[in-house]
Design a protein around this ligand. Structure first.
Ligand code: NAD
Length: 468
């Protein structure tokens, strides 16, 4: 089987799941197709005075729920097929974690390392201008967020441009998520996707019978892990996975990879990379100059968290990991997926596992519309109630409790506590939902995730009365 385009891969996974459902063909077609795409080309005046044409897209895959939601990626090979595939994944992802949005995605075809900050700002602002002009952005229309190559800074440029072009500014903060905290961002958004990868992976590893099938013991503790990509998703996933008791044995970046079977200290590796400009030559670790080869080294869990199509038909037979935890979108091609499933490797799919970002983006959007920080009205109340409860316990016991214990128990939930617990609950529930569907249909977790998503989107369409 040869490799096919990213969108064709996503659609193949959709079709594989669709046969497990009883929905009419027309409804399945409507769920699968992309509703609207804006392909744009605009001029950039570079710092040296030359003019360059920039190509960019925004795809709104499904408006069965609005706003539509999805990140914006800056990458040199981004194209319409990729943006549409990613927008489709967003629709299914939102459905799987019960986030009431349709899916969307944006892409600008640039290698951000080749542009100055001022040029990146001009590109981002012009892109936003185009979106406003064509009604492709707004708190109730389409809400972008960070993705590969973008972060809080780009989101604040988007917000500022949107604000300056629109007159109704009351809810304008909700036109984009992943903003800096001082500009309406929510605490915990930056770490959310990586933290969600950790919660999802920890839940998957908690089922003793599933782990036994892989020849592993339950729990994350002691499991060996290789992470590809030390960006937003990869770094945070590695950080929380390491804190959760697993051992990071391999880390891969575009310049190369490092491996140490006894474990790598993530923070020390990050410091080393900052100081030397490369992940390579980290003390005590083996250098892997061809970064991609790191995916094939021994480990229990492999976390691809960089880009799509890194595990393909060609290298799928050599993967030694027992679990592949998809931090990135589309890291395993449809061909590789078939091979890995036949080999009994567990794949925790992107449509579920990296949904932490959109989940917390949903919380940020809600916070912006409510115009109040989560926990502002309840924190002190909770604190007072807990103090009274512990005082009563001390009175009954006739002795004082440990002051440190008191402090830990008494504090009311902060915004970050609430965001993280909402994320944890979402990832645990969603995992158990897809695990149950996988058991019912005797299929893999990816197919189960798509079945779940198709059923939920179908219900929305049926409730609209469009289909009989
Ligand atoms: P990022 O730009 O913050 O980080 C990507 C990292 O991958 C960079 O450090 C880059 O140097 C590295 N990289 C690039 N090519 C590589 C290669 N060939 N080998 C190893 N490393 C390589 O991007 P991100 O936001 O972390 O996104 C990564 C993936 O996660 C993408 O597929 C994205 O769509 C997906 N994702 C991101 C979010 C989010 O909230 N940011 C949410 C869901 C899914």
């Amino acid at each position: 089987m040869s490799e096919i385009s990213f969108l064709a891969q996503v659609n193949r996974m959709f079709e594989k799941a669709a046969v497990h459902t009883k929905h009419p063909k027309g409804l399945l077609d409507q769920i699968r197709i992309c509703n609207s795409t804006y392909a744009m080309q605009f001029p950039l005046k570079r710092d040296d005075g030359s003019i360059e044409v920039i190509r960019a897209w925004r795809a709104e895959h499904s408006q069965h729920k609005t706003p539509t939601k999805g990140g914006i990626r800056y990458a040199p090979n981004v194209n319409e097929d990729e943006v549409t595939a990613l927008a489709s994944l967003m629709t299914y992802k939102c459905a799987i974690v019960d986030v009431p949005f349709g899916g969307a995605k944006g892409g600008i075809c640039i290698d951000r390392r080749k542009y100055s900050e001022a040029e990146l700002e001009r590109i981002t602002r012009r892109y936003t201008f185009e979106l406003v002009k064509k009604n492709f952005i707004g708190p109730g229309i389409d809400v972008p967020a960070p993705d590969y190559g973008t972060g809080a800074k780009e989101m604040s440029w988007i917000l500022d441009t949107y604000n300056s072009l629109t007159s109704d500014s009351l809810d304008a903060l909700a036109c984009v998520t992943g903003k800096p905290v001082g500009q309406g961002g929510v605490r915990g958004r930056k770490e959310a996707t990586g933290r969600g990868v950790f919660f999802g992976l920890r839940e998957a590893c908690s089922h003793a019978e599933d782990m036994a099938q892989l020849g592993l013991s339950p729990g994350l503790t002691g499991k060996t892990v290789i992470v590809q990509g030390l960006g937003n998703v990869g770094y945070h996933a590695a950080k929380f996975i390491q804190e959760g008791g697993a051992i990071i044995v391999g880390l891969a970046e575009y310049e190369g990879a490092i491996y140490n079977a006894n474990g790598l200290d993530l923070e020390k590796v990050v410091k080393h990379r900052k100081e030397t400009g490369s992940i390579l030559n980290f003390p005590g670790a083996e250098n892997i100059t061809h970064s991609q080869a790191a995916l094939e080294l021994p480990c229990d869990i492999l976390v691809p968290a960089a880009l799509e199509a890194v595990i393909v038909g060609e290298n799928a037979t050599r993967i030694q990991a027992k679990i592949i935890a998809e931090g990135a979108n589309g890291p395993v091609t449809a061909h590789a997926d078939t091979i890995l499933n036949e080999r009994g490797i567990m794949i925790i799919p992107d449509v579920f596992l990296n949904a932490g970002g959109v989940t917390v983006s949903y919380f940020e959007w809600l916070r912006n519309l409510q115009h109040v920080r989560f926990g502002r009205m309840s924190k002190r109340f909770e604190q007072n109630m807990q103090t009274r409860m512990l005082d009563a316990i001390q009175t009954i016991m006739g002795k004082k409790l440990d002051p440190q214990f008191m402090e830990e128990v008494i504090h009311g939930a902060s915004e970050e506590d609430l965001v993280n617990s909402g994320l944890e609950d979402t990832m645990i529930n969603a995992y158990n939902e897809i695990r149950m569907i996988a058991q019912q249909h005797k299929t893999d977790l990816r197919t189960a995730s798509f079945i779940n998503a198709i059923d939920k989107v179908a219900v929305s369409y049926l409730e609209m009365g469009i289909f009989p």
